[in-house]
Design a protein around this ligand. Structure first.
Ligand code: ZN
Length: 243
C-alpha cells in the first residue's frame, strides 16, 4: 500500500484547464484526505482515488488546510455520504469551517469589490455568491502547531499563516514530504507563495516560508501545482528574496 497518494483532479470552469492535487495518506487503520476540492467534487475525488486503486470508502479523516472553497468545498458532501469521517482543521480555522465566523475570503471579496474595475464587477459579485454557497461543516478535531499523530507513518501539523491566519501545512517526517496546502504553489515550474492577491498577510506568508526552511524536506506537494522536488531549501530561500 502506498502511504502517500497524490490525486490529480482536472477541471474547467469555463476559463481554461485547471488542476488541483488533494492528497490521500493511508495505513492499515487510517485513510486521510488532505483538502477536498470545490463543491460537487466528491465523484471526482472518488474516481481519482479509484484510478490509483485506493478504496475511498475507507476514508477516516479529512484534514482541511484552510477554509477556502477550493479546499473545503466538498466537505459537506463527504460528511453526508461518509458520516463517520472526522473533519480536522486548525484551532484558528475551525470557526470558519464550521461557519461560526464569516469566511475571511468572503470578507476580503466584499471589501475589494468597489475597487474592482467596471469590467470585473460582475465577476467579483459572482465570486462572492460562490463563497456564500459554501456549505459549512462541524469540525470534529482541532489541531495546532507541533501536534504530532502516528497516523500513516507519522504526521506533524505546521501552522503556516499568511494565505489565511489559520492555515496549516502537513509534514511527513518519515518520507521527508511537506503537504503545503496554499502556503506554497508551483507557477511555471517555480515554487512560489500561492496567489499573492489571495494572500491575506504577505509578511506572515514569508515568515511561514522561512519556518519551512528548517525542515528536512525532499518533496513538496502543492495543492496548486503538484509535486516539487529538487533543491528545496534554495527554492524556499529564493521566495524570501523575490517577494
Ligand atoms: Zn487554494
Amino acid at each position: 500500500m502506498d502511504n502517500i497518494v497524490i490525486l490529480k483532479i482536472n477541471f474547467n470552469f469555463g476559463y481554461g484547464e485547471n488542476t488541483i492535487y488533494p492528497v490521500i495518506l493511508q495505513d492499515e487503520n487510517e485513510m486521510i484526505l488532505v483538502d477536498c476540492g470545490y463543491a460537487d467534487f466528491l465523484p471526482m475525488l472518488e474516481e481519482a482515488a479509484c484510478k490509483r486503486h485506493v478504496d475511498f470508502s475507507r476514508l477516516t479523516k479529512v484534514i482541511v488546510t484552510h477554509h477556502d472553497h477550493d479546499h473545503m468545498g466538498s466537505l459537506a458532501e463527504i460528511k453526508q455520504k461518509y458520516p463517520n469521517v472526522q473533519v480536522v482543521a486548525s484551532e484558528k480555522d475551525a470557526p470558519y469551517v464550521s461557519g461560526r465566523l464569516k469566511s475571511l475570503r468572503l470578507e476580503q471579496a466584499e471589501q475589494t469589490q468597489s475597487m474592482l474595475p467596471p469590467e470585473q464587477q460582475e465577476a467579483g459579485k459572482a465570486f462572492q455568491n460562490i463563497l456564500r454557497t459554501v456549505e459549512n461543516v462541524e469540525v470534529d478535531m482541532t489541531v495546532k502547531n507541533g501536534d504530532y499523530f502516528t497516523w500513516c507513518g507519522g504526521i506533524e501539523i505546521l501552522e503556516t499563516p499568511g494565505h489565511m491566519p489559520g492555515h496549516i501545512s502537513i509534514y511527513l517526517k518519515k518520507f521527508k514530504v511537506l503537504i503545503s496546502g496554499d502556503a506554497l504553489a508551483i507557477e511555471n515550474g517555480n515554487l512560489e507563495i500561492a496567489a499573492p492577491q489571495f494572500t491575506l498577510d504577505m509578511t506572515e506568508a514569508k515568515k511561514s516560508v522561512s519556518k519551512l526552511i528548517k525542515y528536512d524536506i525532499q518533496k513538496i506537494i502543492c495543492y496548486h501545482g503538484g509535486e516539487y522536488q529538487g533543491n528545496i531549501s534554495n527554492a524556499l530561500g529564493n521566495i524570501e528574496n523575490i517577494f
